[in-house]
Ligand binder design. Sequence first.
Ligand code: PMP
Length: 360
Amino acid sequence: MSIHHLARANVLALEPYLSARRLGGQGNIWLNANEYPLPPGYGLRGGNLNRYPACQPAGVINGYAAYAGVQPEQVVVCRGADEGIELLIRAFCEPGADAILFCPPTYGMYSVSAETFGIARRTVEARQDWQLDLQAIRARLDGVKLVYICSPNNPTGNLIDLETLRAMLEMTHGRALLVVDEAYIDFCPQASVVNWLAEYPHLVILRTLSKAFALAGLRCGFVLANVEVIQLLLKVIAPYPLALPVADIAEQALSDEGLRQTRTRVAEINTNRETLAHGLADCPCICAVYPSVSNYLLVRCDPAYRVFKTLWDQGTILRDQSKQPGLADCLRITIGTLAECQSVIAVLRALKPSSSKESL
Ligand code: PMP
């Protein structure tokens, strides 16, 4: 007997997010999930596993608040920034009535989370320079409760201009929350809008330990917002969202020594990104390397499937972005170790473009 007829219609229709792990592949160089390429050296310090953990462990909350420059009351810690995206929908959106808005090409989970909860998704494509189309957003804002803006944007790698974010905050004031997804902001911390929280009650910021902190496997992220928003999110969060070992390691990552290691990692990745960008610019099969301030590069290829397949066959796994609006023939390459970057460059230098005479 099928139980299909018991499932919610929107779940039956849902296409789940194809995470890098779900996509699979057989590789030894993983450049498809924007992870840091090497494991950090933290170990568990113990703790009583017979007891439930604190819902919001003080050591983690205080550590992240100090790092981000906010008050502890302005922080929620959760199971990755992905859970932050979902908590906001659960707390602010009425299924069947409200909508969220986002601007493709961008991160895929805003859409999937909204769909899961039966919340309408409204999209306004980014302009050609991947800045926001303010006029079009203004025209589509009715009924929207949450606007998700990713900066630096995944997968394009650019920041959204500060004046554009200001204009968005003015536009949404009293109508919707503006959620700025700063998952990659640790690679360019000067561009954060965290200092604007005092000015805007409806500003929300998403952060994570998955990228610059090298802890994607930990599943630990944060929502930063004003107290009123935080209190609402704490109403809908699971009773024990963070396992004890997660809190233990997150606290170590936010110690002075942990932060020092993160700064070193950021400097290394930013240097490797420039090396990779320069190397790729000389590859005949790469038509464009887009500027990035994060731990990945978006490239336009000639053509994408051949670049993807050539590297895949050699065990180097990239992320195909060519189905996103405006990103035909685009691939995203996570910045790995220097050796990994050099290996990508070496393979692609030897690959002829499909438009070259020799390949005809
Ligand atoms: N936002 C963006 C823009 C991301 O790229 C990611 C990770 N792919 C997330 C949020 C989710 O991060 P986390 O691992 O903390 O759930």
